[in-house]
Design a protein around this ligand. Structure first.
Ligand code: OSB
Ligand code: MG
Length: 368
């Protein structure tokens, strides 16, 4: 196919509850929606970069700029573009995995739509519904946290992930364990808030029977993660550290983790995400699908990915209502702790035009 144009839209979705992590508090999800016009029809995607370069070095305006200034001109020049060709065409540009992932996702959507194939089938999905959990932010009080966890367990979520940081770790985890019992699948995510000198402290989490501890240390610090993994019973899961399949091999060989959180944006797209999955499978390591407070576009595509066989733990792919009162697409809902994998061609969903317009803050069209 040939690319002929693109539309970049900034959308702004207020969150139903503020989302606080060790990196900061978010009350609104500003996202970049990309619509590509191709010789075979349209393709939709979202870029998961955040407003600020906190979780990763990318940020929304920067992602839009690199797409507009460098990626689109390069892709407009490709005569026969296919999904795998996106990464090849953009290989000369270093970094910007979330921006690259968005462009690749839109090309995937357009080309799969043209052949009537759904993303899940294309990627090798083996399930029609996937088990899901919920990521619970830091709250002002333990009571408030217990109220949220109770609400999510009642809604049917199959795993609770608590955001932690120094000063908000042992006590909230203990309170959740004591209140809801030992059988609730429970994990914690530090978003890099600890240092190697916290190892003795982090080992105290072993008494709570957690499924995993996610990303305690800095992204680059595989060594400290390997030391902690050797010192703790609880499995270590990496998120921020894994930006490619090559990183995954390196982390697994070093013993830095025994579980991987896969986010397509973080690794440069759904095709690289599948390679991370394949590497983990070859090492006998389970993976699960992380989340970036996606709109319905990213949520649909993440569900397709999470249908792959190596996704052995519930993903951070919660129902729309956990995030937004209104999304740009039809909402996703949770049934018996599962979300359905879209089966329509491409990513399997398109924005609802009226919602998209209502939530758009600015739009720009770029032609070849
Ligand atoms: O570390 O997994 C994370 C959200 C934004 C940035 C980083 C993370 C998260 C989440 C929420 O934990 C996942 C979701 O429900 O989308
Ligand atoms: Mg994380």
């Amino acid at each position: 196919m040939k690319l002929s144009g693109a539309e970049l839209r900034f959308v702004s979705l207020p969150l139903v509850t503020p989302f606080r992590t060790s990196l900061g508090t978010q009350t609104v999800r500003n996202a970049l929606v990309l619509r590509l016009e191709t010789s075979q029809g349209e393709g939709w995607a979202e870029c998961v970069a955040d407003d600020e370069p906190g979780y990763s070095p990318e940020y929304l305006m920067g992602a839009a700029d690199v797409i507009r200034r460098f990626f689109l001109p390069r892709l407009f020049a490709v005569e026969e573009l296919d999904p795998a060709g996106v990464a090849v065409a953009l290989d000369g540009f270093r970094g910007h995995p979330m921006a690259k992932a968005a462009v690749e996702m839109a090309v995937l959507d357009a080309s799969l739509r043209a052949t009537g194939t759904c993303l899940s089938a294309y990627l090798g999905g083996v399930r029609h519904r996937v088990p899901v959990g919920v990521s619970v932010g830091i709250t002002d009080t333990i009571d408030e946290l217990l109220g949220l966890v109770d609400k999510y367990l009642t809604a049917g979520y199959l795993r609770i992930k608590l955001k932690i940081q120094p000063g908000w770790d042992i006590e909230p985890v203990r309170a959740v364990r004591e209140t809801f019992g030992p059988s609730v699948p429970l994990t914690v995510d530090a978003n890099t808030a600890y240092r190697q000198s916290d190892t003795r402290h982090l080992r105290r989490l072993d008494e709570f029977g957690l499924l995993l501890v996610e990303q305690p240390f800095a992204p680059e610090d595989l060594y400290s993660h390997a030391r902690l993994a050797a010192a703790m019973d609880t499995p270590i899961c990496l998120d921020e550290s894994i930006t490619s399949a090559r990183d995954a091999v390196s982390a697994l060989r070093q013993g830095a983790c025994s579980v991987i959180n896969i986010k397509p944006g973080r690794v440069g797209g759904y095709l690289e995400a599948r390679r991370v999955h394949d590497v983990a499978q070859a090492h006998g390591v389970p993976v699960w699908c992380g989340g970036m407070l996606e709109t319905g576009l990213g949520r649909a595509a993440n569900l397709a990915l999470a249908a792959l066989p190596g996704f052995q733990l519930p993903g951070d792919i919660s129902a729309t209502a956990r995030y937004y009162t209104e999304d740009i697409t039809a909402p996703f809902s949770v049934t018996d702790g599962h979300l359905d994998v879209p089966s329509d061609p491409g990513i399997g969903i398109v924005p609802n035009p009226a919602s998209l317009d209502r939530l758009t803050t600015s739009a720009e069209r770029i032609v070849r």
